[in-house]
Design a protein around this ligand. Structure first.
Ligand SMILES: Nc1ncnc2c1ncn2[C@@H]1O[C@H](COP(=O)(O)OP(=O)(O)OP(=O)(O)O)[C@@H](O)[C@H]1O
Length: 816
């Protein structure tokens, strides 16, 4: 019998509240039946299973007098309890019926009569007998408080019974009909399944009726609270389970209905479309298998789930990439040549090299050849050449700017596990052009960054390397993509900063700047017609004569390319557009005066600046190479009283500093030959400065310029006007060749220089790289030694000095 077996109320026959007698001592000793885990209350009927040998003997020994004491054990685990192991309060009970069970145990119905306190034990074996004292029960006076308490107990009990699935509703009726508070407390205590044996024993031992009822009331209140909480939790859980079940069933039903009607919902349509795209994309077998697997996973997902759109995006990327779609037919060299000539003026060598490259591709379409890289200053047509190549090959063109790119993921994408992950630029551009064989122009490859986010150059290497790029793996796609059909063309302003391994895989095609004549021709043929069209000016409303274009190129721009020139022409067109909009009807010839009016006063007048600044002894014009083409560089020397100090300023690199030292040493060691005191530095401090101090400068090529500046300063003779030079010097005064001759020469020409001194060993470069057009108007002096340089740079006599002065004046006057 379970320990919390519910005892049932005696049906009839016992007068409730019957008092056996206050403090009455039981007549003689009677058997004591120890019970585990249960407590018998007065007036309750408790069926007990009796299995212990001593207890069976006890029951069997009962004669007519079927009265026993039922007492709970303190420790339910004891098999043979002694007197001291029992609680001191129990219940005198009558045994009504005994049933023998097949396993030799007995099923005994007992009915509680009164509370008793155990007295002395008179026998211990084979079972215990003891004397006892009946604990009489005095019904208390029915005060309103007690009445209220009693009603509250009944009402709480009713609530518990109603909400409990295991308690019979009859219990409510019985409780309502019990008048005596003590009996009510006992009845409820014996009926409640959740009271522990300890709780029940405490109630049995509580002889005060009101205190007992009070305790029962507390137990009921606690249980009610627990029950309410449990119900709340239960209903919450049920609600959420029901909601999701409901959604699921509704969705399933909807699917079934749509299926019956032959109708697909949007999600299913979308999935069907994606499936079709995947199957028709022509992707490699393995990739297709993976894509379909992802799609199947997608179709099982709830469209409202957070990762539905992530998975869908991924599948869509796979489905829409041009795995097999190409645009081109064959490479047509004649057509390519025609297009290149049509789009670009000059650039003969460059066009030839491009056509050679394309010819090889035509003869060997699967060529794993080098990648083209155009190197040159801004605005010389690198990008537009790339576009022409794409046009000539009938391929799509896309430009990817690499300048300042630091993150490897920009090339190769982020892994799908990142939030907001996307494929890298290469895959994104492929999606945009929709074919697998476009021309990709990777702009500014010399300006790739590199930091903690990885090295984009190495990712680019994998992208460009023809040996590896047929299985290019973007981090996001995580599938190999064949890039071998893409024609990559890179552009850069300089070679020095391109990572070596990348440089190795490239065929470098250098574009230098344009001369004024070339700029004028480009403007006439391309830039002016384009700007007229872009600004809506009618063709017959403007005439832009050559001299005016030359004026703009010379005095309103200072660049190797033609970008700024195009902007200035654009400004002229816009001003004219305004005039036309305001009512002008006749054609406008762009004269120098109109240019003044439209573009403002002359912006750049380098020849005047040279003439002005070289008036002073000690100032010489050098020529420098920069990523933006060549440029001129003023080198200034000055002297003051001192003690042989030598100062160098102007953000100068170590190599340049060393060549200044070499220049000074040569001057000192040749002091007498130069007409100077042998120890001229004794009372002097010298200072060499290279202005535009904010721009870092380095390299040995200013050696001759610095030596000349020092000699000019110390002999107090200004150098010839409109002269520029470049060359390295040795300590013994030899002039060594330097690089970038073409850019430097063109810079000198742009600046309006008339005489250029170059190392004699650069003559071959000049002959090869510069056309007669480009050298026209400039006298080139080749120098083997620094003495040759000085002979050209400094006037030899008074007559020459006067001539120089006249030239200078003429240039300065022109500016006015
Ligand atoms: N030889 C040329 N013939 C015709 N147009 C030219 C020529 N060279 C440059 N241009 C024009 O000059 C403009 C600038 O050229 P482009 O944008 O190709 O320069 P870039 O060398 O790519 O410069 P960046 O290095 O700054 O990207 C373009 O409009 C281009 O058409």
């Amino acid at each position: 019998m379970p320990s919390d077996f519910v005892s049932v109320i005696k049906p009839t026959g016992v007068k409730t509240g019957e008092v056996v007698g206050q403090g009455e001592v039981g007549r003689g000793a009677i058997p004591v039946l120890p019970v585990r885990d249960t407590v018998l209350f007065p007036h309750a009927v408790l069926p007990l299973t009796v299995g212990r040998e001593s207890s069976i003997q006890l029951i069997q020994s009962l004669g007519e007098e079927k009265t026993i004491l039922v007492v709970a054990q303190q420790d339910a685990r004891l098999d043979t309890p002694e007197g001291t192991d029992l609680h001191s309060v129990g219940t005198r009970a009558t045994v009504h019926k005994v049933v023998k069970m097949p396993n030799q145990s007995l099923f005994v119905f007992t009915e509680g009569n009164e509370r008793v306190r155990l007295g002395e034990f008179t026998q211990l074996m084979p079972f215990m007998t003891a004397e006892y004292e009946i604990l009489s029960e005095v019904e208390p006076e029915k005060t309103p408080e007690l009445e209220a308490l009693q009603r509250n107990v009944v009402s709480q009990f009713q609530q518990i019974v109603t909400s409990s699935p295991t308690l019979s509703d009859d219990l409510q009726t019985i409780a309502i009909n019990i008048d005596e508070p003590g009996r009510l407390a006992d009845f409820i205590a014996s009926s409640l399944p959740f009271l522990t044996t300890t709780d029940k024993q405490e109630l049995l031992e509580t002889s005060s009726v009101s205190a007992r009822l009070e305790r029962v009331n507390k137990h009921l209140a606690k249980e009610l609270e627990v029950q309410q909480l449990r119900n709340k939790i239960q209903s919450e859980v049920q609600d959420s389970v029901q909601q999701s079940q409901r959604d699921y069933y509704l969705r399933e039903q909807m699917k079934a209905i749509q299926k019956e009607l032959g109708d697909l919902d949007d999600t299913q349509k979308d999935i069907a479309e994606l499936k079709e795209k995947i199957e028709n994309a022509g992707m490699p077998e393995e990739t297709q298998k993976d894509a379909l697997k992802e799609l199947a996973r997608l179709s099982r997902m709830n469209p409202a789930a957070a990762d539905y759109s992530l998975t869908r995006n991924y599948v869509e990327w796979l489905a829409v990439l041009p795995w097999a779609k190409t645009s081109s037919g064959e490479v047509d060299i004649l057509k390519a040549k025609a297009f290149l000539d049509e789009d670009h003026y000059g650039l003969k060598k460059v066009k030839d090299r491009i056509l050679d490259y394309l010819s090889v591709r035509r003869l060997k379409p699967d060529m794993k050849g080098p990648i083209l890289c155009f190197v040159g200053p801004p605005g010389v047509g690198k990008t537009s050449l790339g576009k022409s190549i794409a046009r000539a090959l009938d391929r799509k063109f896309s430009r990817i700017s690499l300048g300042g790119m630091h993150d490897e993921a920009e090339i190769r994408g982020h892994r799908r596990t990142y939030i907001g992950a996307l494929p890298g630029q290469i895959i994104q551009h492929l999606k945009r052009v929709e074919v697998k064989d476009p021309v990709f122009m990777l702009d500014e490859i010399d300006k790739l960054g590199r930091d903690f986010r990885g090295d984009p150059a190495s990712a680019l290497l994998e992208t460009l390397d023809p040996e590896q790029n047929n299985t290019f793996r973007d981090n996001y796609l995580d599938q190999p993509f064949d890039l071998s059909k893409v024609l990559f063309i890179c552009t850069a302003n300089q070679l020095d900063t391109i990572p070596g391994p990348l440089l190795d895989r490239m065929e470098i095609i250098e574009l230098t700047g344009y001369t004024e004549e070339e700029k004028v021709a480009i403007a006439q043929k391309y830039l002016i017609p384009r700007q007229i069209k872009e600004n809506g000016v009618p063709d017959d409303m403007m005439e832009f004569p050559q001299e005016s274009v030359a004026l703009v190129a010379r005095h309103y721009t200072r660049e190797a390319g033609v970008r700024k020139l195009e902007q200035q022409i654009g400004t002229v067109c816009r001003k004219l557009a305004r005039k036309i909009a305001e009512g002008r009807t006749e054609k406008l010839v762009i004269t120098p005066e109109i240019i003044h009016e439209f573009l403002g006063g002359i912006k750049v007048r380098v020849d005047t600046e040279i003439a002005e600044r070289t008036k002073r002894a000690g100032v010489v014009v050098g020529l420098a190479w920069t990523p933006a083409g060549g440029d001129i560089l003023f080198i200034e020397a000055n002297k003051m009283k001192g003690k042989g100090g030598f100062n160098i300023t102007g953000q100068i690199g170590d190599v340049m500093k060393e060549s200044m030292q070499a220049a000074l040493t040569w001057v000192r060691s040749n002091a007498i030959g130069l007409g100077l005191d042998e120890d001229f530095t004794k009372d002097l401090d010298l200072h060499i400065h290279v202005p535009a101090g904010a721009i870092p400068k380095d390299g040995p090529s200013a050696g001759v310029t610095m030596a000349t500046a020092l000699v000019s300063l110390l002999t107090d003779k200004p150098v010839r006007p409109l002269l520029a030079m470049t060359g390295e010097i040795t300590l013994s005064g030899d002039v060594l060749p330097v690089g970038g001759i073409k850019e430097k020469f063109l810079a000198a020409k742009r600046a309006g220089v008339r005489d250029v001194i170059l190392p004699v060993d650069c003559k071959q470069q000049v002959d090869e790289d510069l056309t007669p057009d480009q050298t026209e108007g400039i006298t080139i002096h080749y120098a083997r030694r620094i003495e040759d340089v000085l002979a050209v740079a400094l006037p030899k006599n008074l007559v020459e000095e006067v001539q120089d002065e006249e030239v200078r004046e003429e240039v300065l006057q022109a500016a006015v």
